[in-house]
Write a protein of this length. Structure first.
Length: 287
């Protein structure tokens, strides 16, 4: 079985959740201003995949207010990459938390697929567009190389009421690839047209168990993932149970989180009524 990129859903969840819990560690967090490095390694099953995310940027605080809405607000800009055995994305991002309940993020990245592990996968019959698990299971040396770019904008509404957390991350992606027909893209886990658009929304409700004496917390919750494409006209839905553990203290000087997801595809062109499992280890450095 080959290795491909993990869906972006895990990183999306961790990035969206970080500021929602900032108040839990207000006494131990360093000044907002400074270098911020975020790294995450993720694995998924069905299909098997692995990827490494890396963001490195400078964060500048926007307000010194102790107001619930303005405390810890910031703007940040830097470079971002996504690496997997079959592809590499690289570019720039800008992120802002203008008020505590709203996070905004925009990215622009080039995409390079190496032509390994079966990717890019271009169905041989355009009328059938087969991207089932069997069709994707190809030798390591097979695949079609390709280059392109992706422009993304994301907004997350978030709120914390006592130990309850609610988040609604939404993301729009404009994707362009130098191919002549529909292809399977590993990070989006969708069949896309050469130029396509992807919409994603992931409403999440969770409960946080705080362990202040250990500088740790555990989030358990439920998430509904909906995604759809514009030109290839595909959609999918998946209810998910999730768990996120903020490891005690700061191993290696970073705040680290371990995330696990277990879902069930209710609506998916090739994997309907199948299970989904994924895990991620994320690290957050502030300097």
């Amino acid at each position: 079985m080959k290795t491909i990129a993990v869906s972006a859903a895990l990183s999306f969840l961790v990035l969206a959740s970080t500021s929602a819990f900032a108040s839990d560690n207000a006494d131990t967090e360093p000044s907002i201003d400074g270098l911020h490095i975020y790294s995450a390694f993720g694995l998924r099953a069905i299909p098997l995949g692995a990827k490494l995310d890396l963001n490195a940027g400078y964060r500048l605080g926007l307000s010194d207010s102790d107001s619930v809405l303005l405390k810890d607000t910031y703007i940040e800009a830097g470079v971002t990459t996504i690496s997997s055995p079959s592809s590499f994305w690289g570019g720039a991002y800008i992120e802002a938390l203008p008020v505590a309940v709203l996070k905004l993020r925009a990215t622009a990245q080039s995409m390079t697929h190496f032509g390994t592990f079966g990717y890019l996968h271009l169905p041989t019959d355009p009328d059938q567009s087969d991207w089932s698990l069997d069709a994707l299971d190809k030798p390591i040396s097979s695949g079609t190389p390709g280059q392109g770019y992706v422009l993304e904008g994301a907004a997350t509404l978030q709120a914390k009421f006592g130990n309850f957390v609610a988040m609604v991350p939404a993301k729009y992606s404009y994707v362009s690839m130098d191919v002549d027909r529909a292809y399977y893209e590993t990070n989006f886990d969708f069949l896309l047209e050469p130029t396509d658009q992807v919409w994603q929304i992931e409403p999440t409700l969770g409960y946080v168990f705080v362990m202040k004496e250990h500088d740790s917390w555990v989030l358990t919750g439920f998430r509904w993932q909906h995604a759809e494409t514009v030109k290839s006209a595909l959609s999918r839905d998946m209810p998910t149970l999730l768990g996120m553990w903020k490891l005690p203290g700061k191993p290696t000087g970073a705040e680290m989180k371990l995330v696990g997801l277990g879902g069930y595809w209710l609506n998916h062109t090739n994997r309907e009524d199948t299970l989904y499992f994924a895990a991620q280890l994320a690290a957050d450095w502030r300097f």
